[in-house]
Ligand binder design. Structure first.
Ligand code: SAH
Ligand code: SF4
Ligand code: F3S
Length: 485
């Protein structure tokens, strides 16, 4: 590795947590002289931030690695070195297997240890042999909060929670991301303040189950008045490194804290003037009623977006039980009805799995019936994919691929129809749109509605980063068209 080794290309697979992590990897590497490039051909470091939620997602990584090997060899001929890093959930789930299948990979690093990347890159320079680092470390990736967080974006993700303790029988996440851990309130609040200072207007709070958020309250970090103290603390910060590991150690010893719920955290972030909109994802039905204030907040807190992504996976009680989801379809309806009562215009979204082991035509009909009753604004649906090591992969009654294909098609057609209806209903409405990027055509800009829809408007690029009132004049399957008022 030469000293000119500085351009980093990063490709992100999987969920929003990975999108957030990719941003953080670049943040962590920047002070060490690395810069981001969109061109893989000129990259000195290539990072694949991977996902293993379904078999296809994991296999994509190996086919991409095939292409990268060709590139690496070409660069070697020109005397240029290329360091290849596999990060994310494939790394965590099958680190050694990655090296076996692709021995030209230099570094394998898990989602809880990527803050070590600068050090690992240094090590590679010295040793030249590959490194696998997959620890779940106490000294964690959230300790460092760079001043550039959110720069250049009007909308930003903010990870508030890691891992998952739910162990749904189909899912690898509890194994790849580890035990559920909520970031302390003050650490999240600081990150939100930095984002606000850098022009972010909308923050989406992220986690696998943010409805189970239980954050260490700021008063164990600072003594009295919370907001005042946090502001003061931020001003006093001499460098931008905040060590929260000691607080976490403490937290393990003492379980009597008055933890903050998601709703309390949202109320607190809503106090930041520059932040105009707050969203959260993903929620799990079984935690939804523990924080009843969250539902009321959708009625009382103007900054909270009228959007709820609440995955149900299946409409059949038999399948829900077999999936270990720990709730019934009736309970899911109850939760949705409550949200609709306090926020009638709320946009609803979900995830679905079709072809889970043992799913009969009747079970699938229950899913279709649930979708018809709820009427979603959008949703994600997948064919069940057996993942090694998960309990569902060992059930005998696996479903034929052809049947999975048919069911997926039927479900997706219905969901597409519902999305179109939801979008059409918005024609004539006025709403606040946060503008994010240029449109495909010249003279167009694309923004986001409070209901998570893309909104295309005629306008100058100067309005990117602004929030404006827009009248919706047309709707398509995946976007709205509006006029700036
Ligand atoms: N924590 C979130 C989901 C994270 S994974 C939740 O509980 O809702 C995102 C989605 O991927 C899941 O909701 C599920 O629909 C899908 N998924 C997870 N494992 C899968 C598997 N083995 N096969 C197919 N889809 C899967
Ligand atoms: Fe996976 Fe279930 Fe956890 Fe979601 S709640 S991440 S589906 S185990
Ligand atoms: Fe994939 Fe890991 Fe997210 S498996 S969905 S990248 S938590």
């Amino acid at each position: 590795m030469t000293d000119s080794l500085k351009a980093v290309y990063i490709k992100t697979y999987g969920c929003q947590m990975n999108v957030y992590d990719s941003g953080r990897m670049l943040d962590i590497m920047r002070p060490h002289g690395f810069h981001h490039t969109d061109d893989i051909n000129t990259a000195d470091v290539i990072i694949l931030n991977t996902c293993t939620i379904r078999e296809k997602a994991a296999e994509k990584v190996y086919s991409e690695l095939g292409r990268i090997l060709i590139l690496k060899n070409e660069r070697t001929k020109l005397g240029k070195e290329t360091v290849i890093v596999i990060a994310g959930c494939v790394a965590q789930a099958e680190g050694k297997e990655v090296i076996r299948r692709a021995p030209f990979v230099d570094i394998v690093v898990g989602p809880q240890s990527y803050h070590n990347l600068p050090m690992l890159l240094e090590q590679i320079k010295r040793n030249k042999s590959w490194i696998v680092k997959l620890d779940f470390e106490e000294n964690n990736k959230f300790d460092l909060l760079p001043e550039e967080l959110g720069k250049g974006s009007s909308i930003s993700f903010l990870s508030i929670q890691e891992g998952c303790d739910k162990f749904c029988h189909f899912c690898v996440v509890p194994y790849t991301r580890g035990a559920e851990f909520s970031r302390p309130v003050s650490n999240i609040y600081r990150e939100a303040l930095i984002m606000a200072k850098n022009g972010v207007k909308e923050i989406i709070l992220l986690g696998q189950n943010v409805s189970a958020y239980r954050g260490l309250p700021p008063d164990i970090v600072e003594d009295h008045d919370i907001d005042h103290k946090i502001h003061k603390d931020l001003k006093n910060q001499e460098n931008n490194t905040i060590i929260i590991s000691d607080i976490q150690k403490n937290h393990k010893k003492n379980d009597n804290f008055n933890y903050w719920s998601l709703s309390k955290l949202i109320e607190n972030i809503a106090n930041i003037k520059e932040i105009k909109r707050i969203g959260y994802t993903t929620s799990h039905p079984i935690d939804m009623l523990n924080d009843i204030n969250l539902i009321f907040l959708h009625c009382t807190e103007k900054k909270l977006m009228p959007y709820l992504h609440l995955p149900v996976q299946s409409g059949s009680n038999k399948i829900l039980k077999s999936m270990n989801r720990k709730h019934t379809r009736e309970e899911y309806f109850q939760i949705i009805n409550l949200f609709r009562k306090y926020r009638p215009d709320i946009a609803l979204s979900s995830d679905f799995i079709v072809g889970y082991p043992g799913e009969t035509d009747d079970d699938f009909a229950d899913t279709i019936d649930l979708v018809k009753q709820i009427e979603y604004s959008q949703a994600f649906s997948f064919k069940y994919s057996a993942r090694p090591g998960t309990p569902a992969s060992e059930i005998n009654n696996q479903i034929d691929e052809k049947i999975k294909d048919q069911r997926l098609q039927i479900l997706q057609e219905l969901l597409r129809k519902q999305q179109m209806i939801f979008n059409l209903q918005k024609i004539g409405d006025e709403m606040e749109v946060i503008f994010e990027k240029p449109g495909k055509k010249n003279g167009q800009v694309i923004g986001k509605s409070p209901y998570m829809q893309s909104v295309v408007c005629d306008g100058s690029l100067d309005i990117i980063g602004e929030i404006m009132n827009v009248k919706i004049v047309d709707a398509k399957q995946n976007s709205l068209f509006g006029k700036i008022i």
